[in-house]
Design a protein around this ligand. Structure first.
Ligand code: FAD
Length: 445
């Protein structure tokens, strides 16, 4: 069965879909249009290149157009899709280098356009040294701005702001982090966990100002000089704006595709939109939270790759389903890792769930083995039934990856008793005999 598949967006979701479709069905013709100059890069790695842990931006590129072409995938860089005619099954494409537009037919269309960083009106584009962190050119522009810079101001205390604070501190800059809300990491952790993250930033010399609203940027000779806030002026040679993202849905809307309540594209489990032949996957698309049953928009890397893979299989004539998410996330701030899955106690309260939590402070491995470090766990479950609802962990970066144990159980609707009965790996360098998660389950059971 010959089929023309057109994919808009050539990063995580788009390239996963392209590879999968071709592997499943060598008879499909796959064309990927990417408006940028790169495909398949790991945006997640940008803070680590800027911080110096990863030697170059090139290292973040997972697949090249040449290798994709060898797999029979036609990748067109610097080609922007500007319109969709869903009735005629065609897209309008603008070749940015040639400066001309053309029409391309499709049988199946995947919209994998990702998100854009929010850039409020005050984040003036006319000043040098003001950046968002989204793609490789952003990373390269930040790198260029760092030459001779002494003071950085980061606006936004989400995980990208936190990662950038660490990166720029590692580069020897004075760093001030501004957050409008009452604490950093606001959307990820309960309040007392957020405070531990802020303490770690402060311990490493980042000045954190929460409850601060940005009013304007100041500049001189075309370069940024500071950030005017409701609490005074913060001088800065470089400003990083990390205040959130919004899904790129213009094309979907042009195609007549419905958005969900979250503002991202609504799809079914097969990643199909409500317009025949049009699929969506990745950061621009909402998913179902398996713990709360609600539609959510949690734009993350694994979710984007997995959605793309599912879309790729289905577009090529197979049958795959996206299983939903459980709200798992992890980040590092200097020597501290923080992880979460499911819902926090505060989120559970907000949703009206009957939730109860237990806290355990312990060490991440046997206390007598060298370098045992503190780990703090909060386990949350439904009162009465004992159904697991979520977990939060703070400790050394490696140690909090054990959040995955709880994530796996959440996928299977597991209980506190299920967690307690799980045969977890133990040897003194890795954990205590009764791992901190088992201790928490025992206390909550
Ligand atoms: P994108 O990667 O945004 O790709 C979409 C592509 O579509 C873009 O290249 C865009 O140019 C192209 N496009 C858009 N519109 C058009 C059009 N009309 N025509 C042609 N092309 C178009 N996730 C994690 O899970 N863990 C992390 O630690 C993590 N860290 C991150 C750190 C940073 C600094 C950033 C920016 C992101 C991080 N993420 C992380 C998120 C992760 O990078 C995304 O979830 C993932 O890249 C989403 O992939 P995507 O394919 O949906 O969208």
């Amino acid at each position: 069965l010959f089929m023309r598949i057109v994919i808009v967006g050539g990063v995580a979701a788009g390239m996963s879909a392209a590879s999968r479709a071709r592997r499943l069905n060598p008879d499909v013709q796959v064309t990927v249009f990417e408006r940028g100059a790169d495909i398949s890069y790991g945006a997640c790695g940008l803070p680590y290149v800027i911080g110096g842990d990863v030697p170059s931006f090139e290292r973040l590129i997972a697949r090249t157009p040449g290798r994709m072409r060898e797999q029979g995938i036609d990748v067109r860089l610097r080609h922007e899709v500007t319109g969709v005619d869903a009735a005629a099954r065609t897209v309008t494409v603008r070749d940015r280098d040639a400066g001309r537009s053309f029409t391309e037919p499709y049988d199946r269309l995947l919209i994998a356009t990702g998100v854009s960083a929010v850039r409020p009106d005050w984040a003036r584009r006319d000043l040098q040294g003001v950046h968002v962190v989204r793609d490789l050119p952003d990373g390269q522009a930040i790198e260029a701005s760092l030459q001779g810079a002494r003071r950085a101001c980061i606006i936004g205390g989400g995980y990208i702001g936190l990662e950038m604070a660490e990166a720029l501190r590692s580069r020897g800059l004075e760093v001030t982090l501004l957050e409008k809300g009452p604490e950093v990491a606001g959307r990820m952790l309960d309040r007392d966990f957020q405070q531990r993250v802020r303490a770690e930033l402060e311990r490493h010399g980042v000045e954190v100002r929460c409850g601060t609203t940005v009013e304007a940027l100041t500049g001189k000779d075309g370069r940024v000089t500071g950030v005017q806030t409701d609490g005074g002026l913060v001088p800065a040679d470089v400003v990083i704006v990390a205040v959130g993202v919004k899904p790129n849905t213009a094309l979907a809307r042009a195609a007549g595709v419905s958005l969900g309540k979250t503002g991202a594209i609504a799809v079914n489990e097969r990643q199909e939109t409500d317009v025949a032949g049009v699929y969506a996957a990745g950061d621009n698309t909402e998913s179902t939270h398996r713990v709360t049953g609600q539609k959510v928009h949690i734009p993350l890397g694994l979710t984007a790759n997995r959605m793309g893979r599912v879309a790729g299989v289905n577009m090529a004539g197979g049958d795959a389903r996206f299983p939903g998410v459980v709200g798992t996330g992890i980040f590092k701030t200097f020597d501290l890792g923080a992880a979460r899955t499911g819902v926090t106690q505060a989120e559970a309260d907000g949703l009206g769930l009957e939730a109860v939590s237990v806290d355990v402070d312990s060490t991440d491995h046997a206390g007598y083995y060298p370098d045992a470090a503190p780990i703090h766990v909060r386990l949350t479950a439904e009162r009465g039934s004992g159904r697991l609802l979520g977990a939060q962990l703070i400790g050394q970066p490696d140690s909090v990856k054990r959040v995955d144990v709880v994530a796996a159980l959440l996928h299977k609707c597991g209980s506190v008793q299920d967690l307690f009965e799980t045969d977890l790996a133990y040897a003194p360098p890795f954990s205590s005999v009764w791992d901190v998660l088992l201790v928490a389950a025992d206390r909550l059971g």
